[in-house]
Structure formats: structure tokens, C-alpha cells
Ligand binder design. Structure first.
Ligand SMILES: [Zn+2]
Length: 241
């Protein structure tokens, strides 16, 4: 069922896979696997939780009614994944854990726009981070704080350049949180409050944020529990950009 590896990041290798019904998928596995299958499953569960939370936030971001706004904010999408245990003779114990997601036909270039430390990932000479994606990160902070009392933010924004419907297919989100009790709950890419603050320090609200009412320092300060000095610092940086 598993086919050749086609990509390898810092933490995961990715292979094509075909399901029994013929559906084409991608299967991600941990690069430095532990000997116990349960440990590998637990680590992939963190990735899956991050992806599920990102799906939920994306649904709210995409829905003008849910946002109480008639202005479309563009569209972002995260795939629905699941964890599969696959028999592999060469693996210790004979079984390997994979996070399996639908395969995306690559009709455009793969790109990372925002890193998991909150910094911008675009290289010199490349176009700026699309305003709608930066707004999605800001929205995730406010939305999760105000609707679910979760002190989290979605970062590590990466995926395909938008298709003709302006739809961004994104994958592999990182959930940063300032809650130390859940630091490993969403996997190892969580860099905590410093990443969230770093994003805000370089983020400038554009038309999408304004349409969503995110350009409000009080809401942002409450969501991340910012000090007055930090709010002033963010404003200073924005003013100089
Ligand atoms: Zn904003």
C-alpha cells in the first residue's frame, strides 16, 4: 500500500499511499521513531489534534455568518486526517504508525508563509505573506480565546498557492499555546507564548482583520494576556513598518 517517500521535513517523512478503495493519500511518519509503537502513535496524535483544531478555526474563519460579518475573508482549508497502523516487516515490532491525509493534486507551488516561531517564512524577493493568511493567525488567537477560552494560536502556515477559487489548501499547522499544561498536547512544534508574541509584533492588521474586528488592541491584549509594555511595543513596531 505504501509507495515511495516523496518528501522529508525536519520531523516527518511523507510517502504516497493508496487505500484499498483506490483513493490516493499521503502517509506521514515520524523520522526518528521510538521503539514503542504507542509512543509513535501518541506523537502523531499531537499532529492530528493540531490539524483538527485548525480545521475548526478555519470553518469559523470561512463562515461570514458565524463571524457576524457579511464580508468574505477568503478561504483556508485543512485536510481531515486519521492515524493508521500499517504492517511493515522491516520495522521493529512489525508495525508502524502513520498519519494519513487525502492527497492533494499539486496544481501550484508548495510554500511556507509563516514559521512556527511566528516569524515570516518568505525569502527576500518573494511576495509578502498574503494578508488573508496573516489575518487567519490573528483570528485564531482571538476566536479560540473568546469562544473556547483556549490561549492558543495557529502558526506554521504552509500549503499550496491558492487555486482559481482563491482557496488555500494548508497542512501541518502548529498550535502554539501559553498554557504550560498542554505544551505537548499538540505536538512538538508548539513554541509557546514567545512565538505568539513574535507573530503579533510583526503582524499588521489589513482589510481582513479590520472586517473581522481584530484590529482592536484590547481584544488582542486580553487573548494573550499582554502587558501594557508589550502592547506599546507591538504598536511601535507596526508604526515603523
Ligand atoms: Zn490582525
Amino acid at each position: 500500500m505504501l509507495q515511495q517517500n516523496f518528501s522529508q521535513g525536519a520531523f516527518r517523512s511523507v510517502a504516497y499511499a493508496r487505500m484499498p478503495d483506490g483513493q490516493r493519500m499521503v502517509a506521514k511518519r515520524i523520522l526518528r521513531e521510538r521503539s514503542r509503537l504507542e509512543s509513535n502513535v501518541r506523537e502523531l496524535e499531537g499532529d492530528l489534534r493540531a490539524s483538527l483544531l485548525a480545521q475548526k478555526v478555519a470553518a469559523a474563519f470561512n463562515d461570514p455568518e458565524a463571524r457576524g460579518s457579511s464580508i468574505s475573508a477568503g478561504t483556508v482549508h485543512y485536510p481531515a486526517g486519521s492515524i493508521l497502523i500499517i504492517s511493515e516487516a522491516q520495522v521493529l515490532g512489525g508495525q508502524a504508525a502513520h498519519l494519513v491525509e487525502p492527497y492533494l493534486q499539486r496544481t501550484s507551488r508548495w510554500q511556507k508563509w509563516i514559521n512556527n516561531d511566528g516569524s515570516l517564512a518568505t525569502a527576500c524577493g518573494e511576495p509578502d505573506v498574503p494578508e488573508v493568511l496573516s489575518a487567519f493567525c490573528h483570528f485564531s488567537l482571538i476566536h479560540l480565546a473568546e469562544t473556547e477560552a483556549l490561549p492558543h494560536m495557529i502558526l506554521d502556515i504552509q500549503g499550496l498557492q491558492p487555486d482559481t477559487n482563491s482557496l488555500y489548501h494548508l497542512t501541518d499547522p502548529a498550535i502554539s499555546t501559553q498554557d504550560p499544561n498542554v505544551s505537548q498536547y499538540y505536538g512538538e512544534t508548539n513554541l509557546g507564548r514567545s512565538a505568539m508574541y513574535n507573530f503579533l509584533a510583526h503582524h499588521q492588521c489589513g482589510s481582513t482583520c479590520i472586517s473581522l474586528g481584530l484590529d482592536n488592541n484590547i481584544r488582542t491584549a486580553r487573548a494573550l494576556d499582554l502587558t501594557q509594555a508589550e502592547v506599546d511595543h507591538i504598536e511601535d513596531l507596526v508604526a515603523f513598518e
